[in-house]
Design a protein around this ligand. Sequence first.
Ligand code: PDD
Length: 276
Amino acid sequence: NKILFNDRIIERENVIDIEDRGYQFGDGVYEVIGVYGGKMFMLDEHMERLKRSADEIQLKIPLIINDLKNKLRELVLINNLEEGIIYLQITRGVAPRWHTFPDETVSPVTIAYVRSLKRMTDLEKNGVSAILTEDIRWLRCDIKTLNLLPNVLSKQKAVENSAFEAIMHRKNIVTEASSSNVFIVKNEELFTHPANNFILNGITRKKVIQLCEELNLKVNEETFTVDTLLQADEVFITATKLDIIPVVKVNNQPIGTGKPGNVTKKILHKFQSLIQ
Ligand code: PDD
């Protein structure tokens, strides 16, 4: 198992310093990139988002994006990864613990590793249940930072309530889920929270919107309430490697027929054709 550590591909070993700012402050950004058939899915979009997240926290990515892309390709090859994910993170580097940014001589630390992971086809086929929970995160959820404690707590709450995901809401407005975006279908139209500071603009979300256009399905990037969600015909979540998962129950209440809906299936079918 080989990893990318800064600009080198090395054997996996303990390379992280106890004063790495990612470790101490969550001061860094990350990406999870899907790999299908040995190829990285929507790599350019992930790189663009990484760049944006880094810019938003004033972190300078130490590698040229093209070199980083090549290193990731090399990592997939060297580990013989067919199906799975790449986890990539860049932190502000190693410095004596002090909240303010370290001086310019400290360079950011890049790591990436791969994990072999099969597609979750039974979840995709049967759907999952979700719970509702208050969105207690900060106001810059658009940045893919390492600070995921509210997400961790939400997802843990879901699992403790025998659910797969936690759908979050700010007051009455549904934002997204703990590690995925949320779509609802009502009268053959889709609704999803607009890509602003309250959600992470998912790469899978983006692809779904694009596929809906090709399928002549209207997508409204508009906010909707918890009640609207509960009364939706269909609900599904999207994320890297989960792809598109129907949500058939929310807070123990069935959504629509309580089975994966036709619009969701149609989009999923189209998505599958891209990754096979
Ligand atoms: N999570 N919203 C949140 C809060 C997320 O953490 C994620 C992804 C998404 C979906 O984004 P994308 O389609 O680009 O994967 C939305 C990743 C997979 C994770 O943290 O493991």
